[in-house]
Ligand binder design. Structure first.
Ligand code: HEM
Ligand code: HEM
Length: 175
């Protein structure tokens, strides 16, 4: 395969870093204790906040990098290119929206949100706000939408690898 048809090293590194953080974030989101009115952000919940804000910071770098660096040329048929382009845009949008909604909900619970557990971040909603409370539900629903898209994305990769037998997977692999 032509080497230039691979994503650049920084894009590949950021892709797999995001995969690890999102994977951890789903495990934490689904195993941490249920959050109620008096719940404190401790244990697995604290880890959910730390991983989620780190993910948001990495996504900011990734979007900046992507906006300034072209993706490698894609020689798939036009309908496949359109479909994968739409899926990738939706993944980017949800990878920003889901953490922001979680942060809005955490602020409405008067939880202090910080980057890497060290750099304090401003609240995105006022303590006790009903808007912030409602955004917690939207956070949960959109997390499912993100999970579904990720399954579709991985399914498409496997389809390329084992049915179409093309080099699409290698565009994003470290080797
Ligand atoms: C892509 C990143 C994220 C994913 C995939 C994710 C996923 C999830 C999931 C699956 C749940 C459980 C929802 C339920 O069972 O109803 C959850 C709950 C929660 N997450 Fe996240 N989360 C992310 C980022 C964040 C961030 C950055 C914060 C805060 C800074 C956050 C704060 C919360 C809070 C407060 C809850 C409890 C919401 C409630 O029950 O009202 N999340 N998250
Ligand atoms: C949390 C899980 C994942 C997320 C959120 C994700 C997200 C993304 C995004 C947003 C892109 C578009 C990159 C761009 O053009 O800027 C992409 C590309 C790609 N991803 Fe993933 N990905 C995930 C998991 C995986 C896995 C597990 C694989 C391999 C089995 C994979 C293989 C690829 C490949 C091969 C491309 C390049 C596609 C192309 O050239 O059109 N991804 N991914």
């Amino acid at each position: 395969m032509n080497v230039t048809s691979k994503y650049d090293a920084v894009s590949r590194f950021l892709h797999w870093l995001v995969v690890s953080l999102v994977g951890a974030q789903f495990v934490l989101g689904w195993t941490m204790p249920d959050v109620h009115r008096d719940t404190r952000p401790e244990g697995l919940i604290a880890w959910h906040l730390v991983t989620g804000t780190a993910l948001l910071a990495v996504m900011a770098c990734r979007i900046l990098w992507r906006a300034t660096h072209r993706a490698p040329a894609n020689h798939q048929a036009q309908p496949l290119r359109t479909l994968s382009g739409l899926t990738h845009y939706a993944l980017y949008a949800l990878l920003v929206a889901v953490p922001l909604l979680g942060w809005i909900n955490a602020s409405s619970r008067a939880w202090r949100v910080s980057l890497f557990g060290a750099i304090p971040l401003p609240p995105l909603s006022s303590a006790g706000s009903s808007f912030g409370h409602a955004m917690g539900d939207v956070h949960g629903v959109l997390a499912w939408a993100l999970f579904s898209l990720i399954c579709l994305h991985i399914g498409a990769t496997l389809l390329h690898r084992f049915i179409l037998r093309d080099q699409t997977l290698q565009r994003m692999t470290p080797w």
